[in-house]
Design a protein around this ligand. Structure first.
Ligand SMILES: [Zn+2]
Length: 376
């Protein structure tokens, strides 16, 4: 399964038909190969050939050996934006390509010797004494999520976002692309993987990621909103001045009440228009899971004793053989990983520096910012 290849970003800059057909040709080739087919198609401007598993051939409505073309031909798979290929591709994707995978990696070299120095180097402990109590190898499950993210406003932003989470500590870990790892083995017990364990954390982490990933889009929308507001204000400002002006060619000059009433009507109309504008630029965010991979990996688990005033607590951190470093601790308030840790007084729970400083205040402003561009 490789959704990275299949769901390539739409290329908005494509302006020649040639590159579109080259992209389609590449997409079709990788799709058919992922489904167990063999494809021979070098140049999209010439015909190619595909040998397909019976189930895939049936979905595409062709024989098991089918020509690939860019124009309609009986018995051929026509790969073109004008054909129904993309609709068929979606059916094939949904029925043939797994959305959930479970893998493991056989034993890796694990760091040996005293880890205290490595822990001290990696972490800053702000208000507690922390020392290693024990350590040893442990099999940990990592959950790699792929989501489709979108923002709908006056325009639309779409992207694919990934996050990998240590299912034990629930901290985000930047692992290399799981499917490209050497020594990857299919899991002997895929049913044991439980995506529910990390789903909420994945959503929460990616929600916080959307404003960063979509920063350009958001600022473009804010710029447009500001521009449209200015136009409205300028227009109604001019109307308002005209309403208040006494340089009119009417026989009877308007009395002050009439002028005030006209002014109020213009102001109300401006308010209404600004309100409509705000509605139009309101942002609606959505995140949809596309694919999930569970990976079992042998890591080095380190048990730490944390002493905070008179309280004491045991926590675990992990040395990861794929990144060859210690994984961060998860902030118990915002869920972000951190190497700069403070602990709460009562339950000695880890906090990142931001949450430590603003403890008690509401930290959900980021996700609110995704949903709505602030009003006028
Ligand atoms: Zn935090």
């Amino acid at each position: 399964m490789s959704h990275n290849q299949l769901h390539s970003e739409p290329n908005h800059d494509t302006n020649s038909g040639e590159s579109v057909s080259a992209e389609l040709c590449g997409f079709a080739t990788s799709l058919l190969e992922q489904c167990g087919g063999v494809v021979d198609w070098e140049r999209p401007d010439e015909a190619g050939m595909a040998v397909l598993p019976e189930s895939v051939a049936r979905l595409l409505g062709v024989g098991e050996i089918a020509p690939l073309t860019t124009h309609q031909e009986p018995g051929a798979i026509c790969i073109s934006l004008a054909s129904e290929f993309l609709d068929l591709a979606q059916v094939v994707l949904e029925s043939q390509v797994a959305r959930v995978g479970a893998f493991s990696i056989p034993d890796h070299y694990l760091k040996k010797g005293d880890l205290q120095e490595a822990v001290d180097r990696a972490f800053t402990w702000h208000n507690a004494r922390v020392r290693i109590r024990a350590m040893g190898p442990k099999e940990i499950e990592y959950h790699s999520w792929c989501f489709f993210a979108s923002l709908k406003s006056e325009d639309v932003w779409e992207s694919r976002l990934n996050v990998t989470i240590n299912a034990e500590s629930l901290v985000r870990v930047d692992l290399p692309d799981v499917l490209s790892l050497p020594d990857l083995k299919s899991s002997s017990d895929p049913a044991a993987v439980n995506p529910q364990r990390t789903f909420e954390d994945a959503v929460k982490l990616l929600q916080a990621n959307v404003p960063v990933a979509a920063a350009n889009f958001i600022s473009r929308m804010e710029g447009r909103l500001e521009r449209d507001r200015k136009r409205l204000r300028d227009y109604y400002g001019a109307l308002s001045r005209e309403a208040g002006s006494s340089k009119r060619r009417t026989a009877t000059p308007p009395n002050p009440e009439e002028i005030a009433a006209r002014g109020r009507a213009v102001d109300l109309e401006l308010d209404r228009k600004l309100f409509e504008l705000r509605d139009r630029y309101q942002m609606e965010a959505s995140l949809q899971p596309i694919a999930f991979i569970g990976l079992r990996l042998n890591v080095l688990a380190v048990e730490l004793i944390v002493q905070r005033k008179r309280a004491e607590r045991m926590i675990h951190i992990y040395w990861n053989p794929l990144t060859k470093r210690l994984e961060p601790l998860r902030c118990s308030h915002c869920g972000q990983g951190t190497y700069s840790v403070a602990f709460t007084d009562e339950d000695v729970a880890p906090l990142c520096v931001n949450c430590h400083h603003s403890r008690g205040s509401d930290n959900r402003t980021v996700s609110k910012a995704v949903a709505v561009i602030p009003g006028r």
